[in-house]
Each structure stands twice: as structure tokens, then as C-alpha cells.
Ligand binder design. Structure first.
Ligand code: NAG
Length: 205
């Protein structure tokens, strides 16, 4: 296979690896983001998975993904450290903050009720020659979009880096230029341990 990229629908992947869960981790970016799996806490109002600098908060929980062998291709988030009520969620891309061609990765409990645009039913993976798989969304026929890690400070004063799916354009250039961001990617990681709500991160790895 000489092609550097092979599009694989999540459903096809799940067919060969049923009952396997996954995480996504940043590759690239900076020393804080590179290699770090996405974590969540219960920050309100936006539930954006992200990464922080060490030391990590044991109350965070990893965003563990269960790939459902179904169409459309959704990313179902397993509740690893349930906060009442223990409800699962879905990964989606929110454009609700109004910057053109700029989408925040969110975990949503009720994806169908999110403010539009909210994209969550056409996730794809790009499998590289070395077998690693990168997360993509199907709204990118010309390979113009990128994952970036954007620095933000939570209401509690915690600095974290969260994934955004963006296409640089004339319309959003001024906004993106003002953000503290790093070009990165999101890579699939196979989960090796069980879910354990009392474990750091909500999983035993
Ligand atoms: C979540 O919030 C807590 C408390 O503010 C903080 O310690 C932790 O680093 C945050 N984690 C993430 C992934 O944002």
C-alpha cells in the first residue's frame, strides 16, 4: 500500500476490534499537549476534553471512547468517573461560538439538542502507514482542516489546552491569530485496562 492515507470508517474498525475501547491523545503541539490523553472534569458550561500540565488532578477522568459498530459513525464516551447522574456522552464539534469554520471538541450528553452547528455523526479515522489512526471529521473533502490545541483558562483559573477543528480562512484569520494555539493532531490509543471510577482518571491503565 503506497497511499499514505487510507480512510477507514469507525464502523469498519469496530468490526475487527469489538468490545475494545479507545482514548484520543494529542500528538505534537507543545510539551504540555504532546502524548497526553484527553481528560474531562465537570466544568460548566462547556464540557471540552483537554489536557493540563502536570501534576494532574486525580478527579479528572479520561475520555474513554467506545466505538460502536454502527452507521452513522459516532464516538460514544464511556462514563469512567461518573458524577451524578452517571450518564454517557458523545464527542461532537460545536460551532456555536460563532467563529466561521472553527469547531470546539465537546462531549455532549444530548447531542441532538446542542445549539447548531453541532457535528457528531460523521467521524472518520485516517490510518497511517505505521498503523496509527488519526481522528478526522467528514466535512473536509480537500484536507484543509486541522486539529489545533487552544490554550484557555477555566473559571477556576486552571490553564488547559483543548482541541479545536479549524480551517484557516480570511473570515476567521483575525480571531485565530489572537488565540494562543498550537498545531497538533489527535491519535487513537487502545485502552488496556478496565474502567474503575475510583482510580485516577477513572481507569486502571
Ligand atoms: C478540571 O478542573 C480542576 C479543578 O479546577 C482542575 O484541577 C483540573 O486540572 C481540570 N482538568 C482539566 C482537564 O481541565
Amino acid at each position: 500500500m503506497t497511499s499514505a492515507k487510507l480512510l477507514v470508517l469507525l464502523g469498519a474498525l469496530a468490526a475487527s476490534a469489538q468490545a475494545t475501547d479507545y482514548f484520543f491523545r494529542f500528538v505534537g503541539g507543545n510539551a504540555v499537549t504532546h502524548g497526553q490523553r484527553l481528560r474531562l472534569n465537570n466544568s460548566i458550561p462547556l464540557i471540552s476534553p483537554g489536557v493540563t500540565a502536570a501534576p494532574y488532578n486525580d478527579a479528572d477522568h479520561f475520555s474513554r471512547i467506545s466505538v460502536v459498530d454502527a452507521s452513522p459513525s459516532t464516538l460514544f464516551v464511556v462514563p469512567t468517573n461518573p458524577h451524578p447522574p452517571p450518564v454517557p456522552g458523545y464527542y461532537g464539534l460545536s460551532g456555536a461560538e460563532g467563529v466561521p469554520d472553527t469547531f470546539r471538541l465537546l462531549q455532549s450528553y444530548h447531542p441532538a439538542d446542542e445549539p447548531a452547528p453541532f457535528l457528531y455523526q460523521a467521524w472518520e479515522l485516517v490510518t497511517k502507514c505505521d498503523g496509527s489512526a488519526l481522528l478526522r471529521y467528514a466535512n473536509d473533502p480537500y484536507d484543509e482542516r486541522r486539529w489545533v490545541a487552544v490554550k484557555e483558562t477555566t473559571q477556576a483559573g486552571v490553564v488547559r489546552w483543548v482541541p479545536w477543528w479549524i480551517k484557516p480562512t480570511a473570515e476567521n484569520f483575525a480571531t485565530l491569530a489572537a488565540w494562543d494555539l498550537e498545531v497538533a493532531d489527535l491519535e487513537l490509543v487502545v485502552a488496556t485496562g478496565p474502567v474503575a471510577s475510583n482510580a485516577p482518571g477513572g481507569v486502571v491503565e
